[in-house]
Design a protein around this ligand. Structure first.
Ligand code: GZL
Length: 320
């Protein structure tokens, strides 16, 4: 074959063009993600972790904020099915009411991954994996801290008020049960009021004001299912002229920066960590599912307990 100047130029142009488009450009993975809402510092960190991990992995993330409404999550999942995404992932705002829409996803052959919170379904094949904390154990850890505190402080009777998370949500149900299971071993520890404050600061303040009005100085301990409600309650306690962390001992869950700052200020006594940084594990699990690799049905994140004594040292290390 005679190689002329014209032929060379033509060949060079063809090579340059071919190099610009990789021979087998894999279509980026598309994940439809339905998030509970933006109700707490924990949720903000969880959303950031998922978006950051998707961006780093070149995943096309379709993100929907449900503003803590289940019907918005159902709508978002149906829209992801219609858009034929590769994977659907979501943090279910409550445990029940998912069978129908998850069956639609299964019939559409779109795998579903749960993050953060669990669902109650009769058919476990409706989702491939659940990535999240053990909320019962988080409740137990809060209870064990209080048992220890009671023992170190003369084992006198302690009246507890409890701010529950969102009604029907797995963390609210499980943290209540775990805490009750452990404090039930000491008859002097008594929950005298328990009510939902929906995981938000505003509601935490509002419900704590009501508790203070009805129970007043009888309250010795506050157990809040998340730091945001505890921080709201701290405002109510101070406005009532009491010292949070001293007049009322406060135990909460999540381990967000706001909790470490409150502990450093002596207004919160302990926070039980609940790790929101689930993004990298979610993306890896979605990639494995699409690649046909086996994935664990349950992926539990590791977490610790942070009493006020370590807050100042720990605060600079906190990632959320
Ligand atoms: C726990 C998560 C909870 C947090 C709250 O995994 O679902 O929801 O504890 C958040 O802060 O609102």
């Amino acid at each position: 074959m005679i190689i002329t100047r014209r032929t060379l130029l033509g060949a060079a142009a063809a090579i340059a063009c071919a190099a610009a488009i990789p021979a087998f450009a894999a279509k980026p993975l598309t994940i439809g993600f339905s998030q509970v809402g933006a109700e707490s510092e924990w949720r903000t960190a969880n959303t950031a972790s998922i978006k950051d991990a998707a961006k780093k992995a070149g995943v096309n993330l379709k993100f929907a904020d449900a503003q803590q409404q289940q019907q918005n999550q159902v709508k978002a999942i149906r829209s992801f099915i219609a858009q034929r995404v590769d994977v659907i992932a979501f943090s279910p705002v409550v445990e029940t009411g998912w069978e129908t829409v998850l069956r639609e996803a299964k019939n559409a052959k779109i795998p579903v991954i749960l993050t953060d919170r669990a669902v109650k379904v009769t058919d476990p094949s409706l989702y491939v994996s659940f990535i999240g904390s053990d909320f019962v154990e988080e409740g137990r850890r809060a209870g064990r801290w209080l048992l220890d505190y009671a023992k170190k402080n003369g084992d006198k009777p302690l009246n507890i008020v409890e701010l529950q998370g969102t009604t029907g949500a797995a963390p609210a149900i499980d943290r209540r049960n775990g805490f009750a299971e452990v404090i039930g071993t000491n008859p002097k520890l008594k929950v005298i009021r328990s009510q939902t404050a929906d995981f938000t600061r505003a509601k935490g303040k509002e419900v704590m004001e009501a508790f203070l009005k009805s129970e007043g100085k009888k309250i010795n301990v506050l157990y809040a299912h998340n730091d945001d409600m505890a921080i709201g309650a701290i405002q109510a306690i101070e406005e009532a002229g009491l010292k949070p962390g001293k007049d009322i001992i406060i135990i909460s869950i999540d381990g967000v920066k706001g909790a470490f700052e409150a502990m450093k200020a002596g207004k919160l006594n302990v926070t039980v960590e609940c790790n929101p940084l689930l993004g990298p594990t979610l993306i890896q699990t979605a990639q494995d599912v699409v690649a046909g690799k086996p994935v664990p049905k349950r992926i539990v994140v590791n977490e610790g307990v942070f009493p006020a004594e370590v807050a100042a040292k720990e605060l600079p290390n906190r990632k959320y």
